[in-house]
Design a protein around this ligand. Sequence first.
Ligand code: GCV
Length: 607
Amino acid sequence: MDELKQHWKGGPVVLKRQKSIAKDGYTILTEGGKSTITASTDAGLMYGAFHLLRLQQMGADVDHLNISEKPAYDLRILNHWDNPNGTVERGFAGRSIFLNPDAQRLLIYARANASVGINGTVLNNVNAKPEALSTESLQKAKYIADLLRPYGIHVYLSVNFASPIKLGGLATADPLDKSVVAWWKKKVAEIYQLIPDFGGFLVKANSEGEPGPCDFGRTHADGANMLADVLKKHGGIVMWRAFVYNPQSSDRAKQAYEEFMPLDGQFRSNVIIQIKNGPVDFQPREPYSPLFTSMQKTPMMVEFQITQEYLGAANHLVFLAPMWQEFFDYVKPGQVKAMAGVANIGDDTNWCGHHFAQANWYAFGRLAWNPTLKSETIADEWLRQTFTNDNRMVKPMTKVMTESREAAVNYMMPLGLHHIFAGGHHYGPEPWYAPAGVRRDWTPPYYHRADAEGLGFDRTSKGTNAVEQYPQPLSTQLNDIATCPEIFLTWFHHVPWTYKMRSGRTFWDELCHKYDQGVQEARQFLATWDAMQPYVDKQRFDEVQHKLRIQARDAVWWRDACLLYFQTFSQLPIPADMEHPVHNLDEMKKYSIRITMYENPPYGYTK
Ligand code: GCV
């Protein structure tokens, strides 16, 4: 009612309850100037109200509505990677909004989330400190939960599996140890005392140095089930991440599957396995994680990354809806039970560091509600509500947004390339980075495998056989270089430099053209934006222009670094019909931007 009273400019609106309507769903019927929103819950009525407001803001016809909506997933949740000291891992929009929670700002946060249907939030980093469960932290979580509750948002916490040792002073965190279970029971009771509608735990265990049940000779199922049993009577859930890999394995892309498939069917009903969309790590393009089509007896949720860890941080305009849609081209929406998104939110005035990065927060919420929505539709909605209803801006910028992800893939890692990022950060390229002593699976050559013959990771039956983890006929299709989609070529094959592509070009020439195409696209985005000046306020125009200039320059850096480096293996000329690199490889190798994982380089690769 508050939202409508303050923002609705149309005729009267009646809010009505009706038990038969699905949880969070609603209908809107407008007749004779009067709209009726019907839902079974408060949240449903609120989502209906936000729907009306969205249509109003988009200048849509609101006089003849006959709408019936319900979300695809019950759980539509953000994962904040916020640390207790206020830093945000892979966050590029300032510091944590939860450090010194500000009621006004959290109200806006709650409304923004609710307006796109997000109904859960994990307040802290999956690399969780044991202190996340200290009484002081829980008091803070309660304060935040109280602020978010009116907007239908439940609070969750990431937990450190060794908390009973580090926080509780026990000798072990073995999930089968009685004193450990008793510790968790007490802690969970304390949480529910403070936050009666607490959602549950998110756990990163035995991954990248985090503790877990395997440290005590137990399985992921033992660990997850213990926590699930403790949470069950309070109605809580466990989101247990499948992001695991170790340096001993022959192929990082196979490991989550190898570790979790044998456990299929062993998890309690209030455990959901949270799986990143791809088998490696939020790359600009990955095939889907094969767990999604193989686990049959375990509820799964997909984890997308809204923050642009691998996509130009808060400098590049990359609209992610097309990437998430691509996932759903392979994995039917019904195969997953929920959607999580790693938030790109910080205390920057514009929330996400780049004005257009807000569109990714928006798109995540809309797709978690309805994964079949088209990217164009989401971009169009967002532009109209954020800037203007003037088609002279909406149309060209919808085009920019929907093309932006493919452009980023082109100038960063086309044709299946992945993880060729710099050593110290994930902003730019360093395909040559491989210092002695660094884990091989943390260096680009592990992934690109460039040599005199070609480029790419052989994951076919003659290589690591990762293709086998995919169902037929996809597995066979991926295994054969002639039928493997070219967008995944070097992901699955070591491709000879002179291999004939469908375009008729050699693989080397195609690679060069793809990189250059990305550069030209990034420049075109800037040119399109330059023409938007009449439709945008000066501040936002200038700020976006500044970022698009960085993006266009960074794209050149990516192209030049990658092509000049790969050329040292291919020994082939850059094709005559494209723009040639402007940088010098030796100089590029000497230069690096010094940033941590909590920062956005303010000028990109500009020296
Ligand atoms: C939170 C990648 C990121 C890490 C992140 C990890 C994860 O490795 O680089 O910053 O840690 O994924 O998802 O757990």
